[in-house]
Each structure stands twice: as C-alpha cells, then as structure tokens.
Design a protein around this ligand. Structure first.
Ligand code: ACO
Length: 306
C-alpha cells in the first residue's frame, strides 16, 4: 500500500508522510493471512538460508504484539505449521523492542544450555489494530515478518567471537499512555486499537536509543568506528538519522528499510536484516548493532557478530 493509496483512506499526502517519517509504502496482510502465516514463511526462508530443517530446531521464540489469538502463543502456531511436535515455543511481547528482547532471550537459553538452535521470529499484523480513521497513526505502520536462526558454538569470550556479544534491555511502564492499545482480554474484553502521542514518543526515542547503544559499546570496549552495521528498528527516518548522528555512526553504515515496509514493530529489524544480508551488505564476521524503542516504553540494544 503506497502513500498515494493511503490518500484515499484518510486526509494525508505522500509529501507529509515522506517528509515526517521517510515511509513510502507498507505491506498489508491479505485475507486469510495471519501473524503465524507470515511468521511461518519467514521461518522457512531463514531455515533454507541456514541449510537447516525444522527437525534441527529445539526452540522457537516469536516476538509479536499482534498474536493470532490471545492464546495459544503464535510461536506454537508457527511450530505446528512447520510440522514440529518436538521442542518448545513461546512468544515475547515488548512491542517494537520485541525482536531485541527475543534475540536476548534466545541467547540466554543457549548460554544456559536449555537450547542449541533457536528460531527467532519477529511477526506482526499491525494493520488489524490500526484505527483507519486516525491519520496520525494509520499512515505509520505495516505488516510483515522476518526470522533468524541462532546456534550454540564455543567462543573465547572475545569480541571476535560470532553471535551475541552483549545485550542491554530496559523498560519503564510510567510511559504507558503515550503508546498503547486501548483494549485487551482483562481490561475491556476486546482487541482494541493502537493509540499514540507521536510527538511525546519522538521526544524520548533518540535519548533512550543512544543510551542503550552506548552501554553496548562500553560493555565490549568497542566504538562506532568498529561497527560495520547499525540495524535500527524502522519506526521513523528522523529518529534513525538523529540517533546515528548523536553516536557518530556514519550514514553509510545504517540499514534503512522504513521507506519499503513502514513501521512493522517487532518484524522491522529481522526484515531489515533480511534485506541487508540478502543484498550482500551484511557479511559473515561483521559487527552489527540492533536497537529498538517502543510501547511501554521498552527499549534495548544487542551487539552481535554476524
Ligand atoms: N497527514 C497529514 N497531516 C497530519 C498527519 C497525516 N498523516 N498526521 C498528523 N498531521 C498533522 C497534525 O494534525 C498537525 O496539524 P496541525 O499543526 O494543524 O495541528 C501537523 O500534522 C503536525 O502534527 P505533529 O503530530 O506535530 O507532527 P510531527 O511532526 O510530530 O510528526 C509523527 C508526527 C510522524 C508521528 C512524529 O511525531 C513521530 O515520528 N513520532 C514518533 C512516533 C513513532 O515513530 N512511533 C512509532 C512507534 S514507537 C517506535 O516504534 C519508536
């Protein structure tokens, strides 16, 4: 759905959307598509890319705020769609920071010896929780899914190791009313619609993002010069550019796909990884920073070697 298509839905313009957000188009799930059907497709693509099959996976973590059902977990639906009845699966819900939380969780399960190969999926159908009469929110979001496979391997505890090097997660529920869904099983008994005070979210975003990225650099003794790629949550071009500038990360090291996908919440980072690894930019051994900030607020950064 292009910005021009949205002009037929609400009083907006391609120019306003591009200038304020960098978004040019987004994808909207079709009839019969669900978060788990998108997640299954992403999971199969990741498994093919890794030369693995569902039989090789012992844990599935799906980051989503738009589950197929209140329960069971979408990860369990994806497990079933993949024909798996071994291993275990669960969802992680941290809104736009969901994928960063899920990668951190997968890494902890691997380090703790509870899993050897983990399929980490970010999958969303935000189109289903948007108020399509509210131009301040409906122009910003889209649907999609992406996935990666994490595998246990011996490291030396150095920054030259591959995999997750450090993770820094934060949340602060006092900001709940700035970005939330106005329904839920235990409050209204309805699904609800997304509500956001965009200007308020913007005010906090750059500071929160730069804090966790700085923490990741400090924990590993690395700097922005060592970084090969910043793969940010794709909410808004101005937030991405502002954060990179504040951290002295060169624009050519920043992966930007918000123009293609809009804000796909927990799916945005794995979608950006799929684009940048797929076109050959991100290569084996590259130092990659993932970061996100979203509803809650939640925010976090993961530094990893690809
Ligand atoms: N089309 C045209 N005009 C619009 C639209 C629209 N879609 N939406 C709002 N406007 C109007 C407003 O009504 C207002 O008009 P007024 O001045 O006559 O009152 C004017 O545009 C300016 O509105 P603001 O809300 O001040 O616009 P702003 O420059 O702050 O941009 C935006 C809005 C893009 C939402 C910005 O605040 C933002 O990016 N916030 C961050 C929110 C975000 O990205 N959230 C994603 C989820 S959280 C996360 O993932 C980090």
């Amino acid at each position: 759905m292009t910005n021009r298509d949205i002009e037929d839905v609400v009083d907006t313009s391609d120019e306003w959307i591009v200038q304020r957000t960098g978004i040019r188009q987004r994808y909207v799930a079709g009839e019969g598509e669900t978060t788990s059907s998108l997640g299954e497709a992403a999971a199969r693509a990741a498994l093919d890319n890794a030369g693995l099959t569902p039989a090789d996976i012992d844990l599935i973590i799906c980051a989503t705020s738009t589950p197929d059902n209140t329960f069971p977990a979408t990860a369990v639906n994806i497990q079933n769609r993949l024909g798996m009845s071994h291993g275990f699966a669960f969802d992680v819900q941290a809104v736009c920071t969901g994928f960063v939380y899920a990668v951190t969780t997968a890494d902890a399960y691997i380090r703790g010896g509870l899993a050897k190969r983990v399929l980490v999926i970010g999958a969303e159908t935000f189109s289903r929780i948007l108020d399509w009469n509210d131009r301040t929110t409906c122009v910003l979001f889209g649907d999609g899914a992406g996935a990666i496979v994490l595998e246990a391997s011996e490291g030396e505890g150095k920054t030259s190791d591959r995999g997750v090097l450090t993770a820094h997660l934060r949340s602060d529920g006092s900001h709940k009313d700035k970005l939330f869904v106005d329904g839920g099983p235990s409050s209204t008994g309805t699904v609800g619609k997304l509500r956001m005070e965009g200007r308020e979210v913007f005010k906090y975003a750059v500071g929160m993002i730069t804090d966790v990225i700085t923490a990741a650099f400090e924990a590993t003794g690395t700097t922005s010069d060592d970084l090969d790629w910043l793969v940010p949550h794709q909410a808004n071009r101005r937030i991405i550019d502002g954060s990179a500038k504040k951290l002295n990360i060169a624009p050519e090291k920043v992966v930007v796909t918000v123009d293609l996908h809009g804000n796909t919440s927990a799916a945005s980072i794995p979608l950006a990884l799929a684009v940048a690894a797929g076109d050959g930019r991100i290569k084996k051994g590259d130092l990659v920073m993932l970061e996100a900030m979203g509803g809650g607020f939640t925010w976090g950064a993961v530094l990893l070697r690809w």
